[in-house]
Design a protein around this ligand. Structure first.
Ligand SMILES: [Mg+2]
Length: 416
């Protein structure tokens, strides 16, 4: 009996243990065959990979401080790199990475160049595969766009692994909680008049989201203070608030604004400075009572470690698709835990809910409804918390709308 004799399980079905270890079922043991089987621990193999580039339009153009200071244009779409992986036994995983404003075609192109090395690999050996993919594209580095192309594949492999186990990803990793506190960002952008921001905040709270984040960092700092004051006065005093300057203050302005905002008791001040200014963030973290949050723009674990080691991040804000996927996120989470830091993953709540549920110190998950049209399933929020569903894997299937917004596909290997 060889591995090829193991009958594939139907798609989505659990594989009986006896099928995974056929050696025990041999009626007349063959020593050589047993030895060969024991030496080959491969349980399943990647048979087919489909990559898709999906352009998600946004309902209204989005502006944060980077737009008001003239550095970027309003955002009108988000481009997703989606990786769908199928194994010889019929298990499937779906993962994604994304880019804003630029980089989508580059991520998609890099993924197409490295994806062929996946065929035939055991999909459970995710760390090994991550390394293999990194070496396949090593000359363009271990951060940024190349790493983000790998992230879509890595997330897909974790989704697949959890589905094989019949577990939500959070349970596969090991949950500390079945729901995580969540806050809204999408209602508080700078293109939104303050009356609407307050209305949006009320709607978010009614929808079961527990806290509100406001964008700040405008050229006229008095407008920032006025908007935060208006929201603070409009909401129940117990509703936690955060602000996010999207890297647009200089060091002196950040210190001054941080001191002004101390009286609001904010949960954190996010990205007060340039994302790579470790020393500047560390100075703020030491000087202010309000915690300093940063890290969403970083593109590798190594970049996060540099800021953490400098004391720059009271609240670490990794983005799994941006730093290479779940494999890398988990390494960073272990490092952050060792330093007893708080965690508040950036964007992509569909992935980060699971990772936040598995972090010992309770994080905040950022609620964004932008990705809702991409999937058939929706996340549940109530009483200020977002709930991990009992669906296996990440718990999402691509919608017909996602297929309709697909602008390119590439396939490797053969469907089983
Ligand atoms: Mg932010």
């Amino acid at each position: 009996m060889t591995r090829a004799d193991v009958r594939p399980a139907p798609r989505g079905a659990a594989v009986p243990t006896s099928d995974i270890h056929p050696v025990s079922a041999l009626s007349s043991p063959d020593a050589a065959l047993i030895a060969a089987a024991q030496a080959d621990a491969t349980i399943d193999r990647i048979a087919h990979v489909k990559l898709s580039s999906v352009v998600l339009p946004l309902a209204v153009p989005i502006s944060d401080a980077k737009v008001l200071t003239g550095r970027q244009k309003p955002m009108t779409e988000v481009v997703f790199l989606i990786a769908e992986i199928t194994t010889e036994q019929g298990y499937e995983g779906v993962g994604f990475s994304y880019s804003k404003r630029a980089g989508g075609p580059g991520q998609f192109a890099h993924a197409q160049e490295i994806a062929p090395v996946l065929i035939g690999e055991d999909p459970s050996d995710i760390g090994k595969i991550w390394t293999k993919l990194t070496w396949a594209g090593a000359s363009v580095g271990r951060s940024g766009l190349a790493t983000q192309a790998i992230a879509a594949i890595d997330v897909s492999l974790w989704d697949l692994k959890a589905k094989r186990a019949g577990l939500p990803l959070a349970k596969l990793l090991g949950s500390h909680r079945d729901s995580v506190r969540t806050y809204n960002t999408s209602g508080g952008f700078l293109h939104t008049p303050i009356d609407e921001v307050i209305e949006n905040a009320g709607r978010s709270l009614e929808a079961g989201i527990g806290a509100i984040k406001l964008k700040v960092g405008q050229p006229d700092w008095r407008q920032d203070v006025a908007r935060v004051t208006a929201v603070r006065e409009a909401l129940d005093p117990d509703v936690p608030l955060m602000v996010d300057a999207n890297q647009q203050w200089d060091r002196a302005t950040a210190m001054r604004m941080g001191r002004i905002f101390e009286e609001f008791g904010l949960v954190w001040i996010e990205e007060p400075l340039d994302a790579y200014d470790a020393e500047g963030h560390a100075n703020l973290a030491r000087a202010l009572d309000t915690p300093i949050a940063t890290g969403e723009m970083l593109a590798s674990v190594a970049e996060h470690v540099r800021l953490i080691d400098a004391g720059a991040s009271d609240v670490v804000q990794p983005d799994a698709p941006r730093i290479g996927g779940i494999t890398q996120f988990q390494k960073l989470a272990a490092y952050a835990e060792a330093k007893q830091l708080e965690l508040a993953p950036h964007f992509a709540m569909e992935i980060h809910l699971h990772l936040a549920a598995a972090y010992p110190i309770e994080p905040w998950v950022e609620h964004f409804d932008w990705l809702d049209p991409l999937f058939d399933e929706q996340l549940e929020t109530r009483d200020g918390r977002m709930y991990v569903s009992d669906r296996p894997g990440l718990g999402f299937t691509l919608s017909e709308q996602a297929r309709a917004w697909t602008v390119g596909t590439a396939e490797f290997g053969k469907r089983p």
